[in-house]
Design a protein. Structure first.
Length: 555
């Protein structure tokens, strides 16, 4: 058993940024189920938003973000994000981030969807890669205890206070406890509740499921972002930077169809708007084999190779298309979790001692739709703040004694899965849930379709207790990890589907043909789902509006 002042679960950008913010006199531990640089943050492509130019302003960034959120974002949290972003970018630069440069040698910025100013800083189309390696260096320099390839199975809660976690060491298969004065969840998103997603296979929303199991509600899970440009059949992301650099979208008739849907912003409207437009074109029979086309040819080879080298490579490798010579077939695909563990602006969750930051948290800076480039900024601004505030909490509190039962309970759970001789295979159930979610809770959601989805999910839930594993070993039992992740996916699928079915309006990414309008009177509120034996119980809480009153959203 190990004891830390601050314990962080997750070593993506949010978790590592939090660790680096913990003052040197405190002892920090950081746990990750994969090596830190394999966290999904490493896959981020297009960039990170900050108003760093004299003719730009945090107020304008805030306006764009609130509008992008379809007025579901909390404006106090958005204000902090946009105000802090320029200084946080400079801190990354001082740490050694190699941002791409413009002709005058300043940090270059590109256009991104829903922005009124080209304010997305980038490192070619490998921004996440550059930042993850930068923060990993900082983490090593900081001297944190890194539990690499350890899987957290549950939170330890004593008298309503979070005071540690139960972990499985993948190398040995041993379960143990890690205790801490404060715990930060930075476990990333739940994109893999869906079968096909731009997310890594590890993005199963474990942290959210753990919090939910421990009695913390989950907020706004029905808001799932579909990215407008994912590569045909694979779900691989083609960065919004491709449109930011001037790429066009065409339908089968060769029309730049965004003219109809967003005459001013065109391809650079917010993601929900562009994805819906593509979906409508494809449904109306104007797609090309279930896709629309992203055309970069007019940018020329030199620009493509300088700004979008990875896109060039991905497109050739996975679609057999050289974007210098031919348009890329793309479809909208599951990309980002707007919902998560509710936090205030100090990253506190409703449970004392428990903090959350990054994609697993819901502050809520993205509301009903996130703007591209804002997620990376959130991991940096709110990751840092989580480290700072969890440290303050650790300084003011003692380590709590914990009961033996936490470890015992997890041991029993795992041995019951390991000892079953036959039953259901994990992969089959995961595929079943992922397919139900894609078919019934996709871009366009009608009551009928969602209710049928709820029934199917109920049937899968009943099969979960029959899970069995073929691998009974202790060392690197990834089938066991898959089984534990399946429990996360199941819980989150239930919360997401319950919230979506009940929300009778269209706002941001949640789009209902049977309720096509945003309904501020009845639905300008956050969903909170509490766990009960009968399934999620929903409550609601108000949105924080400080500066920008609700208005109609047009691009
Ligand atoms: C392909 C792609 C491209 C993107 N491009 C951009 C972009 O250009 N700009 C932008 O703003 N956003 C982008 N995003 C979104 C953004 O990258 C993510 O929201 C952000 O990086 C999430 O960071 P995080 O630190 O919250 O989580 P992650 O980076 O997902 O890290 C989660 C961590 O939690 C750990 N973990 C999870 N569960 C457990 C467990 N049970 N036990 C132990 N450890 C656990 C994992 O090991 C990992 O270390 C992109 C996303 C994708 C998928």
């Amino acid at each position: 058993m190990q004891i830390h002042d601050v314990l962080i679960v997750g070593a993506g950008l949010a978790g590592m940024r939090a660790a680096v913010a913990v003052p040197a006199h405190l002892n920090v531990g950081i746990v990750s189920k994969v090596h830190p640089v394999r966290s999904h943050s490493v896959a981020a492509e297009g960039g990170i938003n900050a108003a760093i130019r004299e003719d730009d302003s945090w107020e304008s960034h805030m306006y764009d973000t609130v509008k992008g959120s379809d007025w579901l974002g909390d404006q106090d949290a958005i204000e902090i994000l946009c105000k802090s972003a320029p200084e946080d970018i400079m801190t990354l630069e001082r740490m050694g981030a190699l941002f791409s440069r413009d002709a005058e040698g300043r940090i270059a910025q590109r256009n991104f969807g829903g922005l009124g100013y080209p304010r997305t800083c980038y490192v070619a189309d490998r921004t996440g890669h550059a930042l993850v390696h930068l923060l990993y260096e900082q983490l090593l320099k900081r001297g944190a205890h890194i539990y690499e390839e350890w899987y957290v199975t549950s939170l330890i809660v004593e008298e309503g206070v979070c005071c540690g976690v139960v972990v499985l060491n993948l190398f040995t298969g041993e379960l143990s406890t890690l205790r801490a004065k404060s715990v930060i969840l930075a476990t990333g998103g739940y994109g893999r509740v869906y079968l096909i997603s731009t997310n890594g296979l590890i993005n199963t929303g474990d942290g959210m499921a753990m919090a939910y199991q421990a009695g913390v509600p989950l907020q706004d899970l029905e808001f799932v972002q579909f990215h407008p440009t994912t590569l045909k059949s694979t779900g691989i992301l083609i960065t919004e930077g491709a449109r930011g650099e001037g790429g066009y979208l065409f339908n089968a008739r060769g029309e730049r169809f965004m003219e109809k849907y967003a005459p001013n912003a065109m391809e650079l409207a917010s993601r929900d708007v562009v994805s819906r437009a593509e979906y409508q074109e494809i449904m109306a029979g104007r797609g090309v084999n279930g896709c629309v086309m992203l055309d970069l040819r007019h940018l020329g080879k030199a620009k493509i190779m300088e700004r979008l080298p990875q896109i060039w490579e991905l497109s050739i490798t996975y679609a057999g298309v050289d974007p210098v010579e031919a348009p890329i077939p793309i479809t909208p695909g599951v990309h980002y979790s707007m919902g998560g563990i509710p936090t205030n602006t100090q990253c506190e969750t409703p449970m004392p001692g428990l903090y959350a930051a990054g994609e697993c948290a819901c502050a809520s800076v993205h509301g009903a739709n996130r703007l591209g480039g804002n997620a990376l900024m959130e991991t940096i601004v709110y990751g840092r703040r989580a480290g700072e505030f969890a440290s303050q909490y650790a300084e003011q509190h003692e380590i709590k004694p914990i009961s033996e039962t936490h470890l015992q309970k997890e041991k029993e759970k795992i041995s019951s899965i390991m000892s079953r001789k036959d039953g259901e295979r994990v992969g089959v159930l995961r595929e079943t849930i992922g397919t139900i979610m894609a078919e019934h809770f996709g871009i366009s959601r009608t009551r009928e379709r969602m209710e049928a989805g709820l029934e199917k999910l109920k049937a899968v839930r009943a099969r979960i207790p029959n899970l069995y594993l073929q691998d009974r070993g202790n060392i690197f039992n990834l089938e066991l990890i898959d089984a534990l992740q399946l429990h996360s996916i199941m819980d989150l699928a239930e919360v997401l589907s319950a919230g979506a079915t009940i929300r009778e309006e269209s706002r941001g990414a949640h789009s209902r043909p049977d309720f096509p309008k945003r309904d501020d009177e009845n639905w300008m509120k956050h969903t909170l789902a509490f766990r009960t034996e009968e399934g999620p119980k929903l409550e609601y809480k108000p949105v924080t509006i400080t500066k920008i009153p609700p208005a109609e959203r047009k691009y």
